[in-house]
Design a protein around this ligand. Structure first.
Ligand code: ADP
Length: 495
């Protein structure tokens, strides 16, 4: 039987207005204003959220500062580690609800959000382990006398985080993980299109025993609440995931008090298919490298470079694969792709479908909004353009929808030159059975995360960072924790 988004709810969703979560309590906006968030599968209002402005951000940052200086500062690494394991247990017990909220809010299939359980819990536990694993150093010195020199690591303080709507359930852990592991505190500004999972998670953290004020959530618009957080004088670090244009604003705003910055921004990642690739794997792999999460992933492999000798066969198979994909209601178990997140985003994606045809690319699959029973929601067809050239707008600009641009090439050198001819440097992949081609490609591609004969896999232990206008600052891996710490070098006179 088909389930429908319009019939799904959770006690959290139906219980009350959604306020900011500050100092362990729900607080309406100081101004009393609110904003609406929509269910992308139905186009209907899903919830009313508080409209955060500077004065709300001020309250949240004050709460975070008090918590940072308060009893939380006396938690030992082992206590923080144990607390995070408890958090993982509480998340696990409530995961179905979190997955439901995520699917209702941003449209990903429920089968997929439910299946994210292992990834989210692994991420929380990975960061938990890091609470026990960072160290300073002792350094031999050549000073005249009896001096000992060493470095100490200390938590940086209040961490601001501005998260996107395309996967809030996992995105927030890239900040909260390091925050809890190191004894920092945080204020998270959720995306106006998808705030519910983060709000419910913050409440669950209290159930697990996280002290009030350690994690605070402010909802609202980017230009209001987001900008206030990025420029705040009492925020010590800001982490941002979103568009390159907004990332540039965040970096400028961070200059107010020289806060540390980590930004993961846009991409137009190349996915290169050589003639010797195993097409049984490369066709679905490259297609889902574009369509996964309805194309709303910054490292999506949207420029599909195909060696000319296999172009015809590859495109025919990709079109066949694309036409079989089931786009539908997120709560229908058969659905592979849900709607895009908002009307604005749908219009943007549809615009690019027109732009591609106008530029002379050949539309070979998709290209339309979906009608029928889906006409109230923001559903678009997965789309393939063939005979794209790398100078077309659909090959240069981030679309953030399920739109693949197939670009032919002849040689490895040509493929790499085209792949690197972009302002972005987030992801990239190569499909080949030839070791020399693979090695040349991974050395030649200018991007922060690469895949070989696969696409899009991620693990919290494997850190990555953008390159060029895709941003900077490591997420995940051993160095990630360092960005929540600052180092003091100490010189001790032993006489
Ligand atoms: P999109 O346009 O795809 O939503 P953005 O990069 O604008 O991508 O949004 C990502 C996050 O950044 C959201 O939480 C949004 O509210 C926030 N944001 C948008 N503009 C600003 C800004 N000027 N300052 C701070 N945050 C912002």
């Amino acid at each position: 039987m088909e389930a429908k988004s319009s019939e799904v709810s959770t006690p959290f969703l139906s219980s009350r207005d959604k306020h900011h979560f500050i100092d362990g309590k729900w607080r309406p906006s100081v101004s009393g204003e609110s904003i609406e968030t929509f269910n992308p599968a139905t186009g209907q209002v899903l919830a009313t959220l508080a409209r955060g402005r500077k004065e709300d951000v001020d309250l949240a940052v004050s709460a975070a500062r008090r918590a940072f200086e308060g009893p939380w500062s006396r938690f030992t690494p082992h206590q923080r580690y144990m607390l995070m394991l408890k958090v993982a247990d509480v998340l696990e017990a409530n995961f179905e609800e979190l997955a439901t909220l995520e699917s209702l809010d941003m449209g990903a299939p429920f089968s997929r959000t439910k299946a994210m359980k292992n990834g989210v819990l692994q991420t929380v536990k990975y960061f938990a382990a890091q609470a026990l694993n960072y160290t300073g150093t002792t350094i031999p010195n050549s000073l005249p006398g009896n001096y000992t020199t060493l470095t100490l690591k200390a938590p940086i303080g209040v961490v601001g985080s501005i998260i996107p709507w395309n996967g809030p359930m996992i995105s927030m852990w890239w900040t909260m993980g390091g925050t809890l592991a190191t004894g920092c505190t945080t204020v998270i500004k959720t995306a106006e299109d998808a705030s519910l999972t983060a709000l419910r998670t913050a409440e669950l953290l209290m159930d697990a025993g996280v002290p009030p004020g350690v994690v605070n959530i402010v909802t609202g618009y980017g230009a209001e609440a987001g900008a206030a957080l990025a420029s705040h004088m009492d925020v010590d670090r800001i982490a941002f995931t979103g568009s390159t244009a907004t990332g540039r604003e965040i970096i400028k705003a961070s200059a107010s008090n020289m806060k540390r910055v980590q930004v993961e921004l846009g991409g137009k990642s190349p996915d290169i298919i050589f003639a010797d690739a195993d097409l049984e794997k490369a066709v679905p792999g490259a297609a889902m490298g574009v369509y996964h999460n309805t194309g709303q992933i910054c490292s999506a492999g949207t420029r599909v470079f195909v060696q000319r000798s296999i172009q015809e066969e590859f495109v025919a198979r990709m079109v066949e694969f694309t036409k079989k994909i089931k786009v539908g209601d997120p709560f229908d178990p058969a659905t592979q792709l849900g709607p895009v997140v908002s009307k604005k985003q749908m219009e943007r994606v549809l615009d690019y479908m027109t732009i591609g045809s106008d530029e002379g690319a050949r539309l070979v699959a998709g290209g339309n909004r979906l009608g029928g029973g889906l006409s109230e929601g923001y559903f678009v067809e997965p789309t393939v353009f063939n005979q794209v050239t790398n100078d077309m707008r659909i090959a240069r600009e981030e679309i953030f929808g399920p739109v693949a641009s197939v670009i032919p090439f002849d040689t490895v050198d040509e493929a790499l030159a085209l792949a690197n001819d972009t302002i972005y440097g987030l992801g990239g992949a190569v499909w080949t059975s030839n070791v020399a081609t693979m090695l040349k490609s991974i050395h030649g591609l200018k991007a922060g995360k690469l895949w070989v004969n696969c696409y899009g896999l991620a693990d919290p232990a494997v850190g990555f960072s953008g390159f060029k206008q895709s941003g900077y600052g490591v997420k995940g891996g051993r160095d990630h924790i360092e960005s929540f710490l600052y180092e003091k070098s100490v010189c001790i006179n032993g006489d």
